[in-house]
Design a protein around this ligand. Structure first.
Ligand SMILES: Cc1cc2nc3c(=O)[nH]c(=O)nc-3n(C[C@H](O)[C@H](O)[C@H](O)COP(=O)(O)OP(=O)(O)OC[C@H]3O[C@@H](n4cnc5c(N)ncnc54)[C@H](O)[C@@H]3O)c2cc1C
Ligand code: SF4
Ligand code: SF4
Length: 1015
């Protein structure tokens, strides 16, 4: 195959300063030209990485006009960008990146009569559909990245959703685009009949386009694939439609549809008018379980005849991977009958419930006729459907969670073939993978013959060569089956060279003519669609030849990531065998594949700092990219412990939201501990951090002299001084120290009374060990009293955890080490953790559960304790450590809880889950135990992080961000609650934040149960 010549890229390295100075002078938006920012915008969800000239976050479209003028004057290319979730490298290039997702995201007009909405390009699809919902309509191009992708980006890529069989692709749903060309021309692109044909610049473009279309009329019919899913090249076939679905009702061209799929190479969209659809009133989902993959593929052609709106595939590998993800496991298991090799999700939707029920019945009958009776799991419940769709939508991300350097690579992942060939195509391509010593996982749009598959390749070694070899064999099959080589994700850097293969020399030339017509200087996203680079140009790869992490001795154990993957069997070698010079830390960071899932604003926790700043830098992805570049020497010498990296991690509140919600398991909270450790080694520990970290050591003094330690909030000027000298916000009250600590109370002594023997002797007489953390001991002892009272009322013999008699500091209370970890003082945290393990092992060995109250403390026994070199004892302890409510809920489920409770005067509880509870799926037990109180209704606030996050919110530099996080959803919900409602949250800092932000007092769940005890 002939590879096209190199593009006319205008190199702009030397122009960087001039451009940034001019933008700084002229625009209102954010001008980001620093090394870190350029690094964060050098990638998207593809395998490529090219450092841009700089980044502009425009505040208004005027900023874009000014930037386009500046780029033209200086000869610098530009690339518009939305969420940066493209898989083919569409948003990667040596250019000015214009990210319109932060400010240009408004709905401009809604016309329900015409069923249209007009929006700015940066609006996110889910946000738009949330906004539209009350009007009973939606924009139905439901791509998997709906929570992140912008309408501008979707139009740029001609995106397609799971329900495209019903609604079509973007090209079928965009009615008009107002756009700016690189020469400064602006105009409305819409139905051809309404476009100018005069001597204006726009008129000339229209006339010339008509000429090109007329010239190529027959060639279009000859070469453009006649399938729904064809997104490669420019949509020249709007002049001679080839899609199986009409582009317009009367088949007359609409020039907005030529801009759709143009990947930012022709114009920048200013606003887009979209076609709406009524929200379907009823949906039914049938999950068909198949004993073989082939049968699933072969059945698709029959199933689509029943008129479903979606038929989506999930294969065996993905089912297994979903099962390993705690967030997805229960959902996927509900959909299975036995151990199928593949499942198809078949959805029926529309206005009539009866029709959808009938559809589901016909599906069951059809499967029986096809020899698979009893293979359909019926899911009429919308919540269950929604949950399963989110597993399917996370398909790619689930796949990317494979560890090791071999990763599923996107380059033939969306070829579309006619349905009758699907089974053969997938069988033959699987053989091709095996021949090349690799394998692939299949999923997605069986309804339209576009199955996603990514063979596993190691792009640092043999990947480039294998990629081309496999692409050549796959493309030959696509041609044989008269399919489309690019059926969903577009061209970008990975597939633009295939445009001439797909469309032939004449249409390739026509595409170049179109490009030159719109953008004669070649400034708009050069090298995409026409005049491309090669897909396997390794200089453009994220992992270029020679890429290696710098040698580095981590403080925590990252060996689980330091493995080698086997592409053929999709298995990995043992921990620590991967040869990573950073012992697994770099490989853990490299797990981020840039898919952008963390850019979400809907339910869940991740990523609170992004939710308030909307900055790529304060996003899990931005942090992971920064760490990766720094650790691999791409940001200069000693970059890892640089101020740039420190600031990039500064607003990470260590909520662990990403640990659970990032589909590839990027655990930034743990990465931050490692970073802080390395940072302290080089720069020393700041006084404020040391004060916070060592709190468990000086807390006994504060308890002896509480009046002294509480002076800061009573003496005028002291708060101001603490801000000036230590950085604690004067706008915050600090927690109040108490003399009546729990561990010195008679109550606690009573629970320790029988504890004269050694723990080993005592363990046999105990049902539960209560681990009272520093905060609940010194600051809110009533919580520990309440927990003890509840456990004893339920008949458990309780011991209070205390240091082992052989402990060198046996009189000091036990501490999980959380405060040390938050300052990166891993050695001290490890020493504390060792004390805890030593003290609790006698109980653990006897199977006695360890129960704690403060989520961030107790859950560190299940998390950080496992990576601090504490051996198998820590593993054993982690399995015996429970939050108070987890323990009670577990007992209740096992029918062992005997806790008679009475009704309370309050009838409703508003519950806020601590982030670490959410990360460990431990909010439900709080709901369960509160539900034991007769007549108590429990409402969970859909909140992300409260913003306090340990000491984060107390720091003056974080105060505003902290309050903005709280104001996202938590504080408004608290303010709306009735004064009679109870407020419950288990986190000590969450309670403080609620008090500071609303003046209301929240309680630990133990206190609610204590008040409901029948005494
Ligand atoms: C896990 C995962 C799942 C995916 N699933 C799907 C799927 O189901 N269906 C699907 O079609 N795609 C899918 N994609 C690809 C991608 O998410 C979509 O193409 C998405 O619509 C891109 O939106 P974005 O805002 O991220 O655009 P970006 O990636 O930022 O940009 C996309 C293109 O649009 C151009 N562009 C952006 N803004 C403008 C503007 N204002 N004017 C002109 N051009 C502009 C850019 O230059 C670029 O060429 C998936 C990607 C991932 C990582
Ligand atoms: S951090 Fe996780 S969710 Fe965010 S882009 Fe990377 S892989 Fe995706
Ligand atoms: S720990 Fe929380 S704040 Fe930090 S990156 Fe992860 S989700 Fe974002």
């Amino acid at each position: 195959m002939d590879v096209p010549a190199q593009p006319k890229v205008i190199h702009a390295g030397v122009k960087r300063n001039a451009l940034s100075e001019r933008l700084e002078r002229e625009v209102q938006g954010e001008v980001l030209f620093g090394r870190g920012d350029r690094g964060r915008y050098a990638t998207d969800a593809s395998i490529y990485q090219v450092e841009p000239v700089g980044v502009l976050i425009p505040r208004t479209f005027d900023d874009i006009r000014l930037a386009v003028d500046a780029c033209r004057d200086l000869g610098v290319p530009l690339i518009p960008r939305g969420g940066g979730t493209s898989q083919c490298g569409q948003t990667v290039g040596h250019a000015l990146i214009i990210d319109d997702s932060k400010y240009l995201n408004q709905v401009v007009d809604l016309d329900l009569k015409a069923m249209t909405v007009t929006v700015e390009p940066g609006v996110v699809l889910d946000a738009l559909n949330r906004w539209l919902r009350p009007h009973g309509v939606w924009f139905p191009v439901d791509v998997s990245t709906a929570a992140q992708c912008t309408i501008g980006g979707m139009a740029g890529n001609n995106s397609c959703g799971s329900r495209s069989i019903q609604y079509g692709n973007m090209v079928h749903n965009v009615l008009g685009i107002d756009a700016l060309l690189a020469d400064g021309t602006e105009g409305h692109f819409g139905p051809l009949a309404g476009m100018p044909t005069d001597d204006s610049r726009l008129g000339l473009i229209v006339r010339r386009l008509k000429e090109i279309a007329a010239r190529e009329h027959d060639e279009i019919a000859r070469t453009v694939p006649k399938v729904l899913r064809r997104v490669g090249g420019y949509n020249l076939d709007i002049f001679n439609p080839q899609s199986v679905r009409p582009y317009t009702p009367d088949n007359r061209p609409n020039l907005a549809q030529l801009l759709v799929g143009s990947e930012g190479t022709l114009a920048v969209s200013r606003q887009l008018t979209l076609k709406l659809a009524p929200l379907p009133a009823h949906k039914m989902l049938g999950v068909v379980n198949f004993p073989t993959f082939y049968q699933a593929m072969d059945s698709a052609q029959h199933i689509v005849r029943l008129g479903p709106v979606a038929v989506e595939l999930v294969d065996r590998t993905m089912i297994d991977l979903a099962r390993t993800n705690p967030a997805f496991k229960p959902t996927i298991e509900r959909a299975l009958i036995g151990t199928p090799q593949a499942i198809l999700l078949v959805e029926f939707a529309g206005a009539s419930r009866d029709e959808q029920v009938a559809g589901l019945r016909q599906l069951t009958e059809l499967m029986a006729e096809l020899g698979l009776p009893g293979s359909v799991v019926e899911m009429p419940d919308p919540a269950a459907q929604q949950a399963l769709w989110s597993v399917r939508k996370a398909g790619l991300n689930i796949m990317m969670s494979m560890r090791g350097d071999g990763k599923p690579v996107s380059f033939i992942e969306d070829c579309a073939v006619p349905l009758e060939h699907l089974a053969e195509y997938t069988r033959r391509l699987t053989e091709v993978f095996h021949k090349h010593g690799t394998s692939g996982t299949w999923y997605a749009h069986a309804s339209v013959g576009t199955l996603h598959v990514r063979p596993i390749l190691d792009m640092r070694t043999s990947g480039a060569g294998l990629m081309r070899a496999i692409a050549q064999e796959a493309s030959a099959m696509v041609r044989e089956y008269k399919g489309a080589y690019s059926g969903e994700h577009g061209d970008g850097l990975v597939r633009s060279e295939w445009v001439s293969w797909q469309f032939g020399p004449r249409l390739t030339k026509a595409f170049e003519d179109i490009k030159d017509l719109f953008d004669p200087l070649g400034l708009m996203n050069p090298g995409k669609i026409v005049r491309s680079t090669r897909m396997d140009d390794t200089t453009l790869f994220r992992f270029k030849p020679g890429y290696q992490a710098l040698p580095f001795e981590p403080a925590l154990d990252w060996s689980a990531w330091n493995v080698v993957g086997d592409a053929a069997t999709q298995t990995t070698s043992g921990p620590g065998t991967g040869g990573d010079p950073s012992h697994g830390y770099a490989k853990a960071i490299e797990m981020c594949n840039n898919n952008g899932h963390c850019r979400k604003f809907d339910a869940g926790t991740m990523c609170p700092s992004y939710r308030v700043t909307h900055d790529e830098r304060h996003l899990t992805r931005g942090r992971a990219n920064t760490l990766r570049l720094a650790l691999s020497g791409q940001m200069g010498a000693n970059a890892f412990t640089s101020e740039e990296v420190r600031q990039t991690l500064d607003l990470c509140v260590s909520c662990k939201g990403c640990k659970r919600e990032c589909p590839t398991g990027v655990d930034m909270a743990r990465m931050k501990i490692e970073f802080l450790y390395q940072w302290q080694k080089q720069h020393g520990v700041r006084l404020k951090d040391r004060l916070i970290a060592t709190l468990p050591q000086w807390a006994p003094w504060a308890a002896r002299l509480p009046w002294l330690f509480n002076l800061r909030d009573t003496v005028p000027g002291a708060a101001w001084l603490s801000e000036r000298l230590l950085g604690f916000s004067a706008r915050r009250s600090l927690p109040r120290w108490r003399r009546d600590t729990f561990l010195r109370s008679p109550h606690a002594r009573h629970a320790r009374a029988a504890d004269r023997a050694t723990p080993a002797q005592d363990a046999g007489n105990v049902d539960v060990v209560l681990f009272v953390d520093t905060f609940n001991n010194y600051l809110e002892p009533e919580n520990a009293h309440a927990a003890l009272a509840v456990l004893e009322a339920a008949g458990y013999r309780v011991r209070i955890a205390r240091a082992d008699p052989a402990d060198a500091h046996k009189d000091r209370p036990l501490c999980c080490g959380r405060t040390y970890l938050s300052a990166g003082l891993v050695d001290q945290a490890q020493a504390e953790a060792r004390r805890v393990v030593q003290a609790l092992m006698p109980y653990v060995k006897r199977g006695v559960p360890v129960v704690g109250l403060e989520p961030s403390c107790l859950l560190s026994l299940r998390d950080e304790f496992l990576v601090m070199g504490l051996g198998e004892d820590a593993q054993a302890l982690s399995k015996s450590a429970f939050l108070f409510e987890e323990f009670l809920a577990r007992e209740q489920r096992a029918g062992k809880l005997n806790l008679p409770l009475k009704a309370l005067p309050q009838k409703r509880v508003l519950l806020h889950g601590h982030c670490h509870q959410k990360a460990f799926d431990a909010v439900k037990p709080v709901q369960e135990v509160l539900g034991l109180v007769p007549g108590l209704e429990v409402d969970l606030v859909e909140s992300s992080c409260c913003g306090m996050a340990g000491s984060f919110g107390y720091e003056a530099s974080h105060y505003d961000i902290s309050m903005r996080m709280a104001e996202l959803s938590l504080l408004p919900a608290v303010r709306q609650a009735s004064p009679d409602d109870l407020l419950v949250t288990d986190g000590t800092s969450c309670r403080h934040q609620i008090q500071d932000g609303s003046g209301r007092q929240a309680q630990h769940v133990a206190r609610v149960l204590e008040r409901a005890l029948l005494t």
